[in-house]
Write a protein that binds this ligand. Structure first.
Ligand SMILES: [Zn+2]
Length: 442
């Protein structure tokens, strides 16, 4: 789409955009201004840059209009060309490009600065040089409330390509539980006790357990752990152990005659509100199926395949094997799209027990895509309750399915080694049960 026909954010005031939240690379605002058919019900997602990067001069005057056309944000292209072929459209947000300008972004950056968490402000800021941003369905604003869950890795690896040193550990305890253990021994605040395999299990008691644990960690960490977030009418809740910190949520889910609900009552009502949606939806099954299929070799098997491909005559002295993924260029969207063609048509029939070195590129791209599915979030939107006994349907949407950098392959390999090494020999290992095993049908 050419720039001229794009909606322009200039038609709104920066003050009409309410800060919602931010992640590592982007920051999100929700439209809350006067009625505007173009922007009502939308959220604006802007890219951030590190505070270390220099402030570059305003270049908008230096190039003739259209001469330096900025491509649409990679998120938009990635969703349109790749993700929409793997996840039904009904579970994805609408994403489109929108024109932004430096002056407008500068004003917005000023307005939102004090709402941003201190640790984020210390690290990064809105990228003022962008000419385009992403306009998305606003999943957290408006009436009602919304829950965001980052479910993480929903499968146990197949033992086929694991080494004797790791196989027992990696097929007993899931990657997330091992990683939480490592992070917590390093003193980091994590979702200790939350096992994604419970959330993905489809089993009522286990999904309840996962939600209760996510909630308890959310309260205990004052909302600083990012596996659970709750928004009421566009505002992210900052919980504490005091029930009044949850009042906005309580008024949504508990009849007003119950004056002072305690924490347990609010938690139980929260779980009851979210549970039916999670049990009904195919979304979690779709996410774990893609994670499992795309990471079919495990990083260990991928690493072995890489080594075999780079030393076809077997290991011999003097041959220096490059680190996993080195020399690979970031795949263009056409390359990823061709990958998806093969994935959808041939993956199920391929011999993954004896992967062919000729398919090294295929497995590297598969692993890269699996990482997107391991790191995305789901947002459940729960309509306001009218306590008339009628059940209203909520919606569930998958967000933050971003393309990952191919340069991270070797980092992931190293991290995997660290995570497992820290867990091998743990006295009382978590036993994580993979209830979806065998569910690989595309
Ligand atoms: Zn687990």
């Amino acid at each position: 789409m050419d720039t001229i026909s794009l909606p322009s954010i200039q038609n709104t005031s920066p003050a009409d955009w309410q800060y919602i939240s931010e992640g590592g690379s982007s920051i999100v605002f929700s439209y809350s201004g006067p009625v505007n058919p173009q922007f009502d019900g939308t959220a604006l997602r802007l890219r951030k840059v590190s505070n270390d990067s220099p402030v570059s001069p305003d270049q908008s005057q230096s190039a003739a209009e259209g001469q330096l056309e900025e491509p649409d944000d990679p998120t938009i292209v990635f969703q349109r060309e790749i993700i929409q072929r793997l996840v039904p459209l009904t579970y994805l947000p609408r994403l489109e490009a929108v024109k932004v300008e430096r002056e407008w972004l500068t004003q917005l950056a000023k307005l939102c600065e004090e709402k941003r968490p201190l640790e984020r402000r210390a690290k990064d800021r809105i990228d003022l040089n962008r000419k385009k941003a992403v306009l998305a369905t606003d999943l957290v604003g408006g009436k009602g409330w919304a829950v965001e869950i980052k479910p993480k890795w929903g499968f146990l690896p197949s033992p086929t390509h694991l080494s004797p040193a790791t196989v027992a550990t990696k097929t007993t305890t899931c990657r997330f539980c091992m990683h939480s253990h490592l992070k917590s021994t390093d003193g980091e605040n994590v979702s200790l006790g939350y096992c994604p395999l419970d959330l993905f299990s489809g089993d009522t008691d286990r999904v309840k357990k996962a939600l209760n644990t996510l909630w308890d960690v959310w309260i205990g960490s004052s909302g600083s752990v990012n596996n659970l977030r709750i928004f009421v009418e566009g505002q992210m809740l900052r919980p504490s152990v005091l029930p009044q910190s949850l009042r906005p949520l309580a008024t949504q889910i508990i009849p007003s005659d119950a004056r002072h609900p305690d924490l347990i009552t609010i938690r139980d009502r929260f779980v009851d509100s979210v549970l039916p949606l999670l049990l009904d939806t195919p979304v979690l099954r779709i996410l774990s199926m893609h994670q499992r299929n795309l990471d079919t070799l495990d990083i260990e098997g991928l690493s072995t395949l890489w080594k075999n491909a780079h030393s076809p005559l077997g290991p011999s002295e003097g041959i220096k094997i490059p680190s996993l993924g080195s020399g690979l260029t970031q795949p263009a969207i056409q390359e990823l799209s061709s990958f998806v063609d093969i994935y959808l048509q041939k993956h199920a029939a391929m011999d993954h027990e004896h992967p062919d070195t000729a398919n090294l590129q295929y497995y590297c791209l598969a692993y890269l895509l699996s990482a997107s599915f391991k790191d995305c979030s789901i947002i459940m939107r729960i309509p306001p309750v009218s306590f008339d006994g009628k059940r209203r349907e909520g919606t569930i949407t998958v967000i933050d399915l971003d393309v990952k950098g191919v340069d991270r392959l070797s980092k992931w390999e190293k991290l995997d080694r660290e995570i497992v090494a820290s867990y091998v020999g743990v006295g009382d290992p978590a036993v994580c049960v993979d209830g979806q095993k065998g569910s690989t049908r595309l």
